[in-house]
Structure formats: structure tokens, C-alpha cells
Design a protein. Structure first.
Length: 388
């Protein structure tokens, strides 16, 4: 049969790829089975990625999974069946339907030919009706990549591991990534966008900062500065921006908090600017009002390519904890300079200073979230100049 008319398959592992493969008491080498509903945790962006792959490509979705010892006394079939069906029901609810499901219940010592990397479950895909050279296996283990090689397909190694691809699998592994959006971008030839990420290292005589940003994250991470209230405010930025942000700040706090606050803002702004790239397809503008008990804060952000801060805030106290409230203005001035964005901040007068600061940081984070948002299907620059 002409390869033009042959079908293509996208073989997908389940545990560790679609759902998190849990560990017992923090031991990475002790894996638990997903034998209860509360153990079902989905990988970031898996729904978005698989849905877009299904819509934009002609791959048949085929699940290939080892589920060790299902049907044995230690893992009765009934405890496997409910969570497994819940996973498929959730996928269907997200418009993701697998064309075929292949699950091997044997144990490693059984040496079953259907257990990955064995191909016995998949012989119907090897009868010549599929173009396996243009098919892919997505898996988190090297056995998945070995299966891809045995099928004559390509492998997508979905892993956070720093381990290099073994020499005998280099011709098989097409990409190695820990991002479902990267996989979707690869398989759709860029129609699905990858994560916008950036890492910054800033070292001066006063501070040493390492910081990373993922604009397309889910709001996880922590920036540790050693300044309690400042850390609390930065946690608001992470949570409410829904960007993944992690960092470590070593500053001369024995002098005061000034250099740590300023340089953290400069590093964070630089990371945002780098992650945004040419800013194609983003909203550019973000606006939010946040109330916190006796205070209402308003923040607007414009990633215009120009830096300006308009700040209309008065605090009733000079310090919150040990953190000088005057440094809050300086933080946003420094972020604006490094990120090349306009920021407008105002807050109602006379409120509790902790509430005022927290409302400002939350509103700032939510304005950022809107400003960096990608507009679906839009790859233009939000400016009549054609550049930001």
C-alpha cells in the first residue's frame, strides 16, 4: 500500500504520561498503582495537548500501558477498573477519545511478550496498514522508547530526567521533553504553542539571584528571599498570575532589605521580558481590581516596550513586619524598568497596611495573567507599529 494512504498511530502510555505516577513516602523507586479515585492526578496541559493533537492531526490514539499484577490478590481487578474508567470518562469529557486501548496485566517476572517493550499486544499495527515510520510512542520510560524502536516508530520521551538518551535509542527518540505543550507543538508543526519559559541569573556585590519563569504554568513555585513579608507578597504573584515562578535570592539583608527587593524585581522583570519574546499573539494589556477587607487596589499593566510607573498609594504604617512599605513602590518601579512595561497602581486610603500591600500584589499578578495571555488563533503584534 502506498504510504500516502497508510494510517498513523500515536501510541500513548498512561501512568507517568497522562496521569501522575505516584511514589510511596517520597521514594522515587517505589511506585504505587492507581487503585483509588483520589490517586488520579492529571499531568499539566495533557487535556489541551491531546485535544489539539486529535483536532489538528490524523493520528489514531492508541493507549499502551503496563499495569502490574492486576487480577492478583494484592491488586484485585475491581480496584483497577473504577479509576481506569474514571480516567477515560474524564478524557472523553475533554473531547479526547482513544481509538484503541491495550493494557498488559502481567508482572515483570512473567516475561510476557505483550508487556512493554514487547509488541505482542500491537501485532495488528504491524500488518502493513500503518505507516509506523511516521507513528510515535509517547512514554516516560526507556522501555517505551524500546517499544517504539521495536515497532519501527519514533519515540517521544516524556520525562524530567537529566539522563541522556542511550546511544542505541538516539535514532528512535525524536524529542525528549517534560512538557505536553511541547509535544503538541512538535506533532502539529507548531500549531500548538510551546511554553514560554526563561531563566535569569543576576549576581552583584549585593545580591545573588537565580530565577525561572514559565508564563504558561499553573501558578506553582516560590521565590525565597529570606524576608518573610516580601516572600508572602511574591507568593501572591506566583499564585494569582498562574505563572510558574521559582527563585532563590541571597542578599545583604544584614544591611537592609533594599537591594534584595530591587534586584528581585529586576530579575523577575527580565525573566518576563525574555519569556514574552516578540510578544506576538498576547493580549498586551491587563487590568484588575482586588478588594481585601478595608482596601481596594487597582492595577493596570501594558507590555508596551516602554517603562513607566504611576503609583498612587499611601500606607498607614512605615513597615509591615520588618519590611519597609516604601520598598513596594521601588519593587514595581524596578520591575517596570526591567520588563519594559507600563504599570499603574492605586489603592484606597487609610486601610490596613498589610491588606493594602497584599491587594496590590494580587491585583498586579492578575493583571499580569491577563496581559501575557495568548489570544487563540492570533499571531499578530498588538500595536499599529508592528513591534512592541
Amino acid at each position: 500500500m502506498d504510504t500516502l494512504y497508510k494510517k498513523k498511530a500515536l501510541f500513548v502510555d498512561r501512568d507517568g504520561v497522562i496521569v501522575v505516577e505516584g511514589v510511596v513516602d517520597g521514594h522515587d523507586d517505589i511506585i504505587y498503582q492507581i487503585d483509588s479515585y483520589e490517586k488520579i492526578i492529571y499531568k499539566p496541559h495533557v487535556f489541551e495537548a491531546l485535544r489539539e493533537i486529535g483536532r489538528r492531526t490524523d493520528y489514531e490514539l492508541v493507549m499502551v500501558s503496563n499495569q502490574d499484577g492486576v487480577g492478583t490478590p494484592s491488586y484485585p481487578y475491581e480496584t483497577y477498573e473504577g479509576p481506569a474508567e474514571r480516567i477515560f470518562a474524564t478524557l472523553r469529557g475533554e473531547d479526547i477519545v482513544f481509538d484503541d486501548v491495550n493494557v498488559d496485566f502481567s508482572l515483570p517476572e512473567d516475561n510476557c511478550p505483550g508487556r512493554k517493550p514487547g509488541t505482542a499486544m500491537l501485532t495488528r499495527y504491524m500488518d502493513g496498514s500503518y505507516d509506523l515510520s511516521r507513528s510515535f510512542m509517547i512514554g516516560d520510560r526507556l522501555t517505551d522508547m524500546m517499544l517504539a524502536k521495536a515497532l519501527g516508530a519514533k519515540g517521544i520521551w516524556y520525562t524530567e530526567s537529566k539522563e541522556n538518551v542511550p546511544e542505541d535509542l538516539k535514532d528512535t527518540v525524536a524529542i525528549k521533553t517534560d512538557s505536553w505543550l511541547s509535544i503538541a507543538s512538535f506533532l502539529t508543526c507548531g500549531e500548538v504553542k510551546e511554553h514560554r519559559r526563561s531563566s535569569v541569573r543576576r549576581t552583584t556585590a549585593e545580591t545573588d539571584i537565580s530565577l525561572s519563569v514559565d508564563l504558561d504554568g499553573t501558578g506553582v513555585g516560590h521565590i525565597h528571599t529570606g524576608i518573610g513579608f516580601f516572600d508572602h507578597m511574591l507568593d501572591q504573584v506566583v499564585k494569582h498570575s498562574r505563572c510558574d515562578i521559582s527563585g532563590d535570592v541571597k542578599g545583604d539583608t544584614e544591611v537592609d532589605e533594599h537591594h534584595s527587593a530591587e534586584d528581585t524585581a529586576l530579575a523577575l522583570g527580565s525573566a518576563f521580558l525574555s519569556a514574552l519574546g516578540d510578544k506576538r499573539g498576547i493580549e498586551r494589556y491587563g487590568f484588575e481590581i482586588v478588594m481585601m477587607d478595608d482596601v481596594a487596589a487597582t492595577v493596570a499593566v501594558d507590555f508596551s516596550g516602554r517603562d513607566e510607573l504611576i503609583y498612587d498609594v499611601e500606607f498607614t504604617m512605615d513597615y509591615v513586619g520588618s519590611f519597609p512599605t516604601e520598598l513596594i513602590r521601588h519593587f514595581f518601579r524596578s520591575f517596570s524598568s526591567a520588563a519594559r512595561c507600563n504599570i499603574y497602581i492605586s489603592a484606597t486610603k487609610g486601610g490596613n497596611s498589610h491588606h493594602t500591600a497584599e491587594a496590590i500584589f494580587k491585583a498586579f499578578a492578575r493583571a499580569l495573567r491577563k496581559a501575557v495571555r495568548r489570544i487563540p488563533g492570533d499571531d499578530s503584534v498588538s500595536s499599529t507599529k508592528g513591534v512592541l
